[in-house]
Design a protein around this ligand. Sequence first.
Ligand code: PMV
Length: 332
Amino acid sequence: MAEIIARAPSNIALAKYWGKLERAGNYPAVPSLSMTLNGLYTETRVEFSADFQFDEVLLDGRVADESTRRRVSALLDKLRTLAGLETRARVVSANNFPTAAGLASSASGFAALTLAASRAAGLDLTPAEMSSLARECSASAARSLFGGYVALEVGAHAAQPLLDAEAYPLSMLICLLSSKPKVMGSTGGMQHTRDTSPYYSAWLEHAPRLYDEVRAGVLARDLERIGPATTQSALMMHASMWAARPALSYWVPASVAVLECCAGLRGRGVLAFPTMDAGPNVKVLCSPDSAAAIGDELEALPGVERVISCNTGKGPVTLEVASLALSGKEKS
Ligand code: PMV
């Protein structure tokens, strides 16, 4: 059968998803809205063949750990059922950003896997069908099936594109900070927050209002409306984690330094709005014309190792030839 290579972009939520509905299928308990990035992506190559005894998964040149392999196989099983296939697959995946940098790769990873594996299985699924399958693996991955600004509503099977990348280009500066060992994966972190944080109910109550503000700001192409709601969404999400027992903190001192620097910039009239996910790195939303100057200032802060500048990007594509070192095939 055909071997397919897909490239899918990363996305950063402006209105965050944190918490799941109490039902099977991995549905978010709050609506989220993301910006697709043009700079960070995963490339994944998938081939189904009777030659393979089991699903083989290589990530960045290494055999994936057992829990990742099981998550990948679960998705492949659904595609095999849809396609009436019995054969096992080889999956070779690589990120164009350092995995050790602690940037979430599950969104771009599961989006690239869904596109490559469904095509390799001979299926011609719609973006919404792929988004729904990706959501079951990682809800943020549902959003990486589309470019521009993308919404994922509570209880929705698939994410929905809201506005194209070309319609409103913004910049996102990814500040890579001195790392800290991975504290807890997002699923475990969400469960712990739900089970022990008295602020979790406040988060569930207020997150939809911030989502509405971000959505209205995106549709109006108004950074001054999007930015404050974006930062508040991230900090309210983190406040719910800090109030858990024991506290769940993904922060390092430089995370605070970046937030302070952004507050200083805004004091000088420069629009710079930080956001954070389940890790210490801070991402700063700003307009493309001020991105270079803001990036220089952020890179000079102690504890900031590197700043990767991204813009609003397009959705996933299939490729003729892999452009990353999708190592692994050569080794087997
Ligand atoms: O899709 P997951 O399970 O990796 O969860 C993502 C959670 C956050 O990155 C913290 C927020 C978001 O909406 O992307």
